[in-house]
Design a protein around this ligand. Sequence first.
Ligand code: F6P
Length: 342
Amino acid sequence: MRVGVLTGGGDAPGLNAAIRAVVKKCEKYGFEVLGVRRGWAGMLEGDAIPLKYENIKDIISRGGTVIKTSRTNPLKQPDGINKISENFKNLGLDALIAIGGDDTLSVAKALSDAGLNVVGIPKTIDYDVPGTEFTIGFDTAINEAMHQIENIKATADAHERVFVVEVMGRHAGWIALYSGLAAGADLILIPEEPFSIEDVANFVKRKIESGQKAIVIVIAEGALIKGYKGLVTKDMKVDQFGHVYLGGIGDFLAKEIEKAIGVETRSVTPAHTIRGGSPTALDRLISTRYGLAAVDLVKEGKFGMMVALKAGNIVAVPLSEATGKTKQVDSQLYDEAKIFFE
Ligand code: F6P
């Protein structure tokens, strides 16, 4: 039996832990492993390397992915699925484990629908994949973001300044909400609940008038402004999955606050720094469990499925449950947090 493993989409801390576990479990079962390089690009090109546990046993603590990643979308290429099917055969694969977020898993589902033996592992720092309570990388990302927001709080406090901190989170505000709450931010703005610039400026004004001069606002990159069409972006470039390159709403909001109330407002964007670091213990552990469980799905012939965490247990859910939708912050949770934004 020969098993391929690939990582697609944005990298996430814990990918290497999952790859390492896949290889360990495969070797236990006597399976060979090929690391498909650069996500779906590697499947389109037939670019894969053998992975041996003895060579990768120490990668558990490393961020990034040793087999590289890309945002290549084979469904956008003429004959993409056929090319992948051919390379599946050419590489001698019996099964493929695809580690990724909604985009990568949607391709995995399409390939599974086309008859290929594919299993998924959910990964994304954005935490927006449905059907699971854990996605690889989220825990590290929120911890990193929390530390950076805390650092900003300290300097904001020293200088009695207003700061806007923009964190990743395209269509879901999980990173902003969790890291912002954990760091004690004064206001958190998420894509799920569009905000008005006037309200935010008035919030800052009210705080200052009440004697609080250091204010830290956390905003998700995909937050929406009431009355504005679409997202605030640096430019209109899109990736192969049709996602526009986000970034810039923090700067934009800071300038708008200054304009509205005349108070100097700085902006900071941690961006990729929160997804490139060494994984937390939780990210290492669940990613490891995911890797082990994915190989079991392969052994049992349970294809078209994804490993998932539900109530502390690793389970298998159909790829259809995890794709085509975005898991967003529910309004009840956000409303609960609002007590800290008064
Ligand atoms: O992986 C998800 C994500 O972290 C989003 O929050 C962000 O918009 C995007 O990746 C950025 O990806 P890239 O580095 O490919 O531009």
